[in-house]
Design a protein around this ligand. Sequence first.
Ligand code: FAD
Length: 698
Amino acid sequence: MCCELKRRFLLLYATQKGQAKAIAEEIWQQAGAHGLEADMHCISEMDKYNLETEKDPVVIVISTTGTGDPPDTARKFVKKIQDKTLPPDHFAHLQYGLLGLGDSEYMFFCNGGRTVDRRLQELGAQHFYDTGLADDCVGLELVVDPWIDGLWVALKEALQLQKEKEGMNSAVDAVSSSISTAHAVHELKLSSEVQNLKLEDEGTRASDTLSRKLDDINPVAPARDTEPSLVHSVPPVSQSALNIPALPPEYIEVEFQDTQGENPHLSSLISEGTTFEVPVTKAVQLTREDAIKTALLLELDIADTAFEYQPGDAFSIICPNNVSEVEELLHILGLSEKGDDFVCVKVKQGTKKKGASRPQHIPERSTLKFILTWCLEIRAIPKKAFLRALVECTSDTGEKRRLQELCSRQGASDYTHFIRDSNVCLLDLLHAFPSCKPSLSLLIEHLPKLQARSYSVSSSNLYQPGRLHFVFNVVEFPASPSRPVSRKGVCTGWLSELVAPLLHPSKNSVDTKGESSSTEKISIFVRPSNAFHLPADPSVPFIMVGPGTGISPFIGFLQHRQKLREQHTDWEFGETWLFFGCRHQDRDYLFKQLQCFLENGTLTHLKVCFSRDSSTAEVAPPKYVQDILRLCAKEVARVLLKERGYFYVCGDKKHMADDVSDAVVDILSREMETDKLEAMKILAMLREAKRYLLDVWS
Ligand code: FAD
C-alpha cells in the first residue's frame, strides 16, 4: 500500500487548444510502463489537488496563448500563486518539473510556462527536472519527446528523495528497485524486441515497437526513387528497425440514428460567452487584383445586438470547414450517403483510456456533416499518435510501413519535413495513402477542435454606431509536392467566398456609403478584453506602427479620435503618429483615406514606406516601418520619454514586431546616450507600464 502510494506523482496540465492536455495524456499513458501512476488534472480543477500540501513530485505541462499569456484554464491558478502576500518558502516542500509549450513566431516565447516556473521558484519550489520549452514553430516533439524520455529517471530520483526525507529508507529501496527493475525490464524488452524484429517479418503486429524486414518496404514508390517524400523513404530510415509510439487506446464510439431533428446551435460550441449572429453588410477589396495578397474589409451590422466593443478590441468568428473538403472526407470514409444522418457520440464501453470523456467540442447528437463542418479542425497537422492509429486502418503493407516510419523516432526528421513543415492535413494523407480507411470515431478521437479565428476591430462605435469593420488578408497556401492542391485559409477562404457577391473593388476609401444588401450572416463573439486601447487621457501623445493589415485597429483609433475631437472641442488632444508600410504604393496601399485623417488634424504625422517599389532617388527611401522609425528617432524618444506617450505595434509577423522593438531600443540608447542593455530595460519598463503595447498575430 505504502509502495503503491509512493509511485504516484501529480500531473497538471494547462491547455488552450488541447496540445498540453494531449501531451499530459501521453505522459499519463507512459507512466504505467515505468511503474508509476500519474494523478492527472486540469490545472483549473483546483478542488482536486492541493499544492500547499502536495508531497509527491509535480509535473506541469502548460501552453501559452495570446501575446505570452498562460492559457485561460490557468488564469485562476496563476492569480493564486501571484498573490504578493505569499512567503518566499510557501512552496519549499514542492518538487516539480515543468514543460512549457509555445511558438517562437510570437513574442514572449513560452511565457505561460516561464511565468509559472519563475513564480514557483520565487516561492521556494525546487526543480526535480530541468524545464523544457517546446517550440511549435519547429515542432513541439523536438523537445517534448526527449523531455518525456528523461522524465522517468528524474521522477524516480525525486520519489526516492521524497521518501528519504520522510525517513522511510527501507521502503525506498523496495520501490526504487521495483521501479528500476520495471524500467530496466521495459528497456530490455524494447531493445530485444527491436532486435528480434530486425530478424523477423512482423508486418502486421500492433505492438509498441514495430519493425518490418528491410527488403519488403515501400511499394508506394518505385525502387529507383532516391529522394525521400511523404510516401517514400530512403536509407537509413527505410532500413531501420523502428521505435513507434504506443497505440493510443480507442475511447469513442458512434452510433448512426435514423431520426430527424435539429443540429445544436453554434453558440453551444463556444464556452467563452455569448455568440451573436450578425449580417455582413459590406465587403471591400482593399488591394488591386495584381497585389500579392488580397486584403478585404468587411462590415458587420451589430445594431440589433448587445455586442459591444472599443477600438483596439478583437473578436472571434466561428468558421466552418470548406464544403468540398467535407464532402471529400465523407467520400473517403465511405459515408457520403450518411452526411445528413444524426450521429450519437459516446465513450466506448470498457475503454482503457483513463478519465475518457466525449470531447467537449463534439455534441452528443448532431449530423455527421455538422461534426465535420463545425467541430473538427480537419486541416490540422496530424500528430504522431494519430499517424500511429492510422497504421491500424491501412491495408497496404508498403503504406503501413511508411506511416510507421513517419511516427517513429527514426523517422522524426521525415515527419518534420514531409508532414509538419509541409502543413499536410488528414485529407492529404488519405490521398497519399489510399488504402488507409479510418473510422469516424478515430477522427473524433484525434482531430482537435475547430478553433474560432480572431480579428482586430477596425472601426469605432462612435464613428459608425451599430457597425463593426475588420480587415484581413485572404491566406493562400500554394500546392506543394506533398499536397497537389492549393488551398485558402479556413476562415479567410470561407469569408472571401461568402462575400464574393458583395465585393466591389476599393475606391481607396472605406467610407463608401452605398450599402449592398446581404443575407449572409456570421457568428461572432467577444474576445476577452486586452490592454490594446487608446490612452485614457486624450492629451497623451501616441505612436502607432502598423504595416499591412496591421493598420486595422489604428483605423478604429483614428475614427474614434476624430469623433472625440468633434464632440469635445474644449479638450486637449495629444499628437498622433502613424507609421505604415506596404509592398507597393499603387497596388496595396491600404486606406488612402489616412490622408483625410491627416487633413482634418486627427492624425498629426503620417509616415509611409513601400518595401517593393523601386526608386530612382539618390538616397534610397526607407523600406520598412522600422527604417522610418529610426529616421524619426528624436521625436519617438521625445514622445516616449519626455511626454510619457504610448507606443502601439500591430501586424501579422513576429519578425516585424522584433524589428520594431530593436529599432526602439536603438533609438532609446542613442537619444539617451546609454548602452543597449539600459535601453532594453527601459523598453521592458514601458511594456510593464502598458505604454508599449502589441497586437501581433501570425
Ligand atoms: P488557417 O487555415 O488557420 O491557416 C493559417 C495558418 O495555418 C498559416 O499561417 C500557417 O501557419 C498554417 N497553415 C495551415 N495550412 C497550411 C498550408 N497548407 N500551408 C502553409 N501553412 C498552412 N488576421 C488578420 O488578417 N487581420 C486581423 O485583424 C487579425 N487580428 C487578429 C487578432 C488576434 C488577437 C489574433 C489571435 C489573430 C488575428 N489575426 C488577424 C489572425 C487570424 O485570427 C487568422 O489566424 C488568420 O486570418 C488566418 O486564418 P485562416 O483560418 O484563414 O487560416
